[in-house]
Structure formats: C-alpha cells, structure tokens
Write a protein that binds this ligand. Structure first.
Ligand SMILES: Nc1ncnc2c1ncn2[C@@H]1O[C@H](COP(=O)(O)OP(=O)(O)OP(=O)(O)O)[C@@H](O)[C@H]1O
Ligand SMILES: [Mg+2]
Length: 236
C-alpha cells in the first residue's frame, strides 16, 4: 500500500534521512519510534511531499508518487496530522473540518457530508461545543482532536499521525488513544504512527520501525522488538 525505498532527504547540505525503507499494508498500523531528532517527523513529511526526496522512491498503491505535490498525495488518499497540529488559526473549527472533507475532492468520501461530520462528532463530542471558535484559540487537546477529525474527513487510505498525544493532558490522552485504537479495529485505513510511548505502541502496532540518526536500525512485526533494541535506541 505505502512503500519507501532507500529514501534520502536533506535540509540544505545536512543529510537527514539515510536510505529509509519500510512498507505498510492496507488496514495495518506501523509505529515509527526513536529518540528525539532521529528523523521521524522528517520521514512523515517526506511521505506527504512536504520535503523533497533527493534519492529513493515513495510508492503508494503501486504508483511512484515521489515527485507528486502534497495536494495530489492528499487526493490519492494520504492524510497527515503533523506534530505541531497546524490548525488554521483564523478559521473556525467547522471551517477547519470542511477543509478535511474537501481535501480529496467532491464525493470521494463516499459518505454524505452530514454523516461524515457526525462520525467525527461521535468520536470527539467536545468539537460540537466549539464549532464556531477560531482554531487559533483552542487548547492543545482540542486542536489535536480537530486535527485528527479533519484528517479522517478526507476518508484516507493511509493516516500519518505524528506523536498525537505529545504535550496533552492525561484525560484527553486516553480519549485520543481510544479513538486511535478504534481506527485500528475498524481497519478502514492504514496508520503510520510516530509514537514515543512504548506501552501504547506495543498495544497498537502490527509492525514497528526504529530509527536512529536518520536511518532505520530495526524493523519487524510487533512483538519482535527486543529489550536490547529498546535499551539501545528508545529508552533515554
Ligand atoms: N527545517 C529544518 N532545517 C534544518 N534541520 C532540520 C529542520 N527540521 C528538522 N531538522 C533536523 O533534522 C533532524 C530530524 O528532525 P525530526 O524533526 O525529523 O526528528 P524527530 O525524530 O521527529 O524528533 P522529535 O522526537 O523531537 O520530534 C534533526 O536533527 C533536526 O534538527
Ligand atoms: Mg518529530
């Protein structure tokens, strides 16, 4: 479904991603793990087309999308919830959600607009109380619920989630984790999840990718992650 082959990404002359390869099948959850600064967010940005790939390829649904612009990738079915959430501050919650619904073009969702929105409101009831509020004034937890709601309104085939519970108060963390676990059970889309929390990653992942210094240093099926890999690459 989504495959990276020897992807290399640079910021200027700094070589950030080094021959990153991994793949994910429809409906599966892959967790990308690793310490701060190893290139996890850069990997998601490269998948989404927000950074140029200098060499290597990204395939989606059997098509080489390495040179596609970001909006084209969104239309094909990639949705992205960035680490900084990137809610549009001057648009209301309702307008931010509409951007998600229209991201793949009219009708691609397969649901009526109302039923697609109702699904998001069921997942995140809080959003119904703040629909007219500007995105810029929301709390971190509200922004994250909005960002995830907006992403799934595009009815993606693959959802890229970058540390969705980072810096969010514990009660909302539980709610967001439950929603992600629900996505996994429904298996309507695959998820590439950047996650530092080992416990949550272990609970959710079908496969894992561990990165260090811009490279994949371990990968496999969930459950195959060894204590030695955790000690060497994950625990601070
Ligand atoms: N705009 C940029 N210009 C130059 N270097 C950058 C830029 N953005 C990120 N980097 C560098 O690229 C490397 C990888 O960053 P990235 O954000 O992908 O790490 P990460 O694994 O997501 O870390 P974290 O766990 O802290 O989110 C880091 O060394 C970072 O300093
Ligand atoms: Mg990051």
């Amino acid at each position: 479904m989504l495959r990276l082959e020897n992807v290399n990404v640079y910021y200027g002359e700094s070589h950030i991603l080094r021959n990153v390869s991994f793949h994910i099948e429809a409906g599966q959850v892959a967790c990308v793990m690793g310490r701060n600064g190893v290139g996890k967010s850069t990997t998601l940005k490269a998948i989404m087309g927000l950074l140029p790939v200098r060499s290597g390829q990204v395939f989606f649904d059997g098509v080489d999308i390495t040179k596609d612009a970001t909006d084209r990738r969104a239309k094909r079915g990639l949705a992205y919830v960035p680490q900084g959430r990137e809610i549009i501050p001057h648009l209301s919650v309702r307008e931010n959600l509409k951007l998600g619904y229209w991201a793949r073009g009219k009708g691609s969702n397969g649901m009526t607009e109302q039923s697609a929105f109702d699904e998001v409101y069921t997942l995140f009831p809080k959003l119904t109380q703040i629909l007219e509020r500007p995105g810029g004034v929301l709390s971190g937890g509200e922004q994250q619920q909005l960002a995830i709601g907006r992403a799934i309104l595009s009815s993606p085939k693959v959802l890229l989630l970058d540390e969705p519970t980072e810096g969010i108060q514990p009660s909302i963390v539980d709610q967001i984790e439950d929603v992600i676990i629900g996505f996994k059970s429904a298996r309507r889309f695959a998820i590439v999840l950047v996650e530092q929390g080992l416990h949550f990653a272990a609970r959710l992942a079908d496969s894992y990718v561990v990165m260090a210094k811009g490279a994949v240093v371990a990968a496999g099926r969930a459950g195959e992650l060894t204590h030695e890999q955790v000690r060497q690459h994950l625990v601070v």
